[in-house]
Design a binder for this molecule. Structure first.
Ligand code: SF4
Ligand code: SF4
Ligand code: SF4
Length: 298
């Protein structure tokens, strides 16, 4: 089969997408969060121990069977659910240096992406992971707009369009293993455990290492709390983490979705239609491939 989509799959994609969007306008928004357990899972990222080796991001690609597993990712995208960002930071002494920070889904305690999803394709488990179900997703991309960390990415190359993001290696957790990124870190910069224990350890590290860390654990309160927590020697804003208050953005997302599911999904369906038309032009501009595909489809 050619890499170019066939006429049949193309038309099926349009039909399924439109039908799903229309069907979704007829249902009430789904609220898919379970109460977060006090001992839910978390990861503590100690930026003072990270040397920027990218082992975590490569382990993530391999564990999630992403294409080109040996190529270091430079952003979150449909081929990479984690990457190591590089930030230029100036120290108090005026010395400029590059500092690495691993980024991924924060697995928020009150995830805005879950609240924004009208069809229950994103769910928050009591154990911590925020999990995506591609079989329920209609491709409206509300989760992308709602996430305060810019995490969910959309696969524009897929005829049906799918969201991609870190799933907290939930299948590994169910087998009693650590997330692949944690297992792949050679410096101990990533620590997996119960969130409450990690928070206690993070505060103990701050208290017993004067001058090493700024006196804040990022994710303890931000956006209502997150499962991924950061310790740092420089301000978190300098490391590219957004400055957020303790109000969970899911609160605003839920209010917005209660008022606008029909309007919003109609806009999403129209946006998808524009995209499909653009793909159709691309498709029709390749006559030799079309002829081959039509022959196969008979
Ligand atoms: S970081 Fe974004 S995608 Fe991840 S759980 Fe929070 S709102 Fe959802
Ligand atoms: S928890 Fe798993 S999917 Fe998420 S960043 Fe780590 S390796 Fe990747
Ligand atoms: S594997 Fe550990 S040390 Fe290497 S980049 Fe990732 S977090 Fe940093």
């Amino acid at each position: 089969m050619s890499e170019v989509i066939s006429r049949r799959s193309f038309l099926m994609g349009v039909g399924v997408g439109a039908a799903s969007a229309l069907a979704a306008t007829a249902v009430e928004p789904v609220r898919a969060s379970e109460p977060v357990a006090a001992d839910s899972w978390g990861v503590l990222v100690d930026l003072t121990r990270c040397n920027g080796c990218d082992s975590c991001a490569l382990a993530c690609k391999e564990a999630n069977q992403r294409p080109e597993p040996d190529t270091v990712p430079v952003s979150l995208n449909s081929d990479a659910y984690s990457f190591v960002d590089r930030r230029q930071v100036v120290s108090d002494a005026g010395i400029e240096q590059q500092m690495p920070i691993k980024r991924q889904c924060m697995h928020c305690l009150h995830p805005a992406c879950v609240s924004a999803c009208t069809v229950g394709a994103l769910t928050k488990s009591a154990d911590g992971p925020v999990v995506y179900n591609d079989k329920k997703c209609i491709g409206c991309r509300y989760c992308q707009y709602a996430c305060p960390f810019g995490v969910p990415t959309y696969d524009w190359e897929n005829p049906l369009g799918l969201i991609h993001k870190c799933q907290f290696c939930i299948s590994r957790l169910e087998e009693g293993q650590q997330p692949a990124c944690v297992a792949g870190c050679p410096t101990g910069a990533l620590r997996f455990g119960r969130r409450s224990n990690l928070l206690a350890q993070a505060h103990a590290q701050i208290d017993t290492n004067a001058g090493r860390y700024i006196e804040q654990v990022y994710g303890e309160a931000e956006a209502g709390g997150t499962s991924i927590l950061y310790l740092s020697g420089v301000p978190f804003a300098a490391m590219g983490l957004p400055t957020l208050d303790s109000q969970a953005p899911s609160h605003y997302a839920e209010a917005m979705m209660k008022k606008t599911p029909v309007i919003g999904l109609t806009v999403a369906a129209l946006a998808s239609g524009v995209y499909w038309l653009a793909k159709r032009r691309e498709f029709l501009a390749q006559p030799q491939v079309v002829a081959e595909e039509v022959t196969h489809d008979r």
